[in-house]
Design a binder for this molecule. Sequence first.
Ligand SMILES: Nc1ncnc2c1ncn2[C@@H]1O[C@H](COP(=O)(O)OP(=O)(O)OP(=O)(O)O)[C@@H](O)[C@H]1O
Length: 700
Amino acid sequence: MIEFQSIWLQTSCYRFTVDLLNLKELRRFGSLHSALSSVLGVFPVSCIHLGAETCRIKGCSIPKELGFEVIASPVEAQVLNPYCELGEEGLRQILTDVIEEVKQSLNQDIDGAEILHSLLNASWLQSLLKVYECLEKFLRDTPAPLLDCASGLSFQLLIDIRARPGCSEEARELYRLLRQPHLQALLSAHDTVAQRDFEPVLPPMPDDLPDDEEATRIVCLVKNKQPLGATIKRNEITGEISIARVIHGGLADRSGLLHAGDRIIEVNGFPVDGMEPEQVIQVVQARSQGTIMFKVVPITERPIHNQTMLYVRALVDYTPQQDPTIPCADAGMSFRKGDVLEIVDQTDALWWQAKKLPSNTACAGLIPSTNLLKRKQREFWWSQPYQPQTCTQTLSTVEEEDMMAIDEKCVEADEEAFESEELREEDDFSSNSEGIYLAGFRCSMRLCRRRSHSTTQPSCQAFCTSGCYSALNSPYEEVVRYQRHPQDTHRLIALLGPSGVGVNELRRRLIEMNPNLFQGAVPHTTRAPKGYEESGREYFFTSREIFSNMVYNNRFLQYGEYKGNQYGTSISSVKDVLNSGKICVVDIEPNAIQAVRTHELKAYIIYVKPPPLAHLLETRQDSYITTNYYVNRPFKSEDFQEMEEAARKMESQFWQFFDHVIVNDELQDSCVQLLSAVKKAQDGPQWVPASWIRPSTTES
Ligand SMILES: Nc1ncnc2c1ncn2[C@@H]1O[C@H](COP(=O)(O)OP(=O)(O)OP(=O)(O)O)[C@@H](O)[C@H]1O
């Protein structure tokens, strides 16, 4: 189907609009601007605007092959106001032109182009320009109000219409319109402007002010549904009430009249000295509408804080309503693991102010500072029953024990059929599909882990040290916005999910889709090569000594033992793929998360989540699972339950590290989602740990 679009051409004194046929065709000729300029070169085209109107240009024959044509021929060149070259919509047209230009820069990796584009595209900016243009127009026309009490007139009209029996449909519609609160508010605003009634009416100054009275300030805030956005505290010795903090972007903050440290003397005429803070709040809340009047003694020296913008990823969950220590639960902000927070105020050592991104609210919320959260975690940790006191226990080992438990159950269930369907040695980890060597398949440790990651394995400790990222260490991770430069190596794509969910299937399909772009990492093994295998293609065949040495030197992302042989994915084989210009796709176990989240690999972690049980039963009817002992046996309902249980555990411990989540329901859909996630990972801007971009900062 042909899409119709139109274009305005803005010259210094004429404006044309051209209907385009199939805009995509036109794009072949580069930018819209240059294509049209070349066609309509006779006119100095200064501005092009995509709009919805039709247009006609006479006598301009545009070659058909350009993909667009002029619909009709009568001349409709409109002479614009010579005093205002840009026309009434001039600014908006310039903006549209600039947006179009900036859009071209989006793919050219120009720093800040994306931010600029979203800023220029913001609907508020468009509205603001409309307002500006209206104001400009009226400034020239200098309009004067016809009457200064439009509200009164409207009110009178309402009464009259109501009083008339059997009035017309038009009158009833007018009645409905005039009763709209927005229209009434508009008329009221009109009257305020017409009457030039701009100043707030302040209460008169008392005559009998003593000479030594402290300088006070009367602050009137108009109350709406928003909270005041300030917390108060009481000095236990003097009984004085003062403002403890002003919430960034809240009502008090936006007024610019109340500040932390200001002493409150009166609220709505009530002296508050000696009151409990709760009583003061009651006085404030007693008046649900209208103005609240504060009499305050302003703080003499307001501390100057140079706030630096800080963005963090939350590595823990927080709910203010469950925190008895928060100064004001209503001012608190809850967050979940993985949320990105913009810290807007760190002046208080214990309570920061933050916004959750993406944020459409101006008002920040209170969150515990890093130090406070660590303290809370320590207290919580000490209050728990005894556990071995290494942080490796908190995540890595516990997680592995859980996984072990799942597998033990699996073995019990399968024991009967064990002999007949035993997993053969040949069914190990690599595969060759239509000449494409998918190195790394089944080498993902997903089989190995069941046997090899026992707690007795000595070298496992090496992993735990690098993987010691317990939330106890750092509840927040500083992040920065990062966009990969086209010349940089690709980000590693790491897939992760509970056993059987389809991680390998998705990885295999992705690589097969475009083996010139996607590749797995060639694993190392200590087993002997088979006749057809080549070192460096299916595996790097290596001796036990070298393998142990690599383990000792932390050279593996993950490794394990299977049928007496060692298998491992080395960091260098991942880097080899990345350095060759391809996108390396690996599947990992949770204990390798920290090993891939590095400045060098910049892993983008995609979590493959099982769909609900009913969908699993439906979609996996013809699928087969490979367990420790069986190759390709049909799924049983226990497999699905174990998968769900494993998924729950994985999510509760590692959700904060997932950059993207794919629910593997329909395989085809999941593949499409995976492809677009990978594209986003390589080309789109993302929040990444600050330590990746500023390697001097210690990685947490
Ligand atoms: N969305 C899906 N719909 C139907 N079958 C699927 C889907 N995703 C995967 N499968 C099938 O499920 C089976 C298990 O998938 P796969 O081997 O990829 O799991 P895995 O997550 O790698 O688990 P493990 O590491 O334990 O092998 C395979 O037969 C695969 O074809």
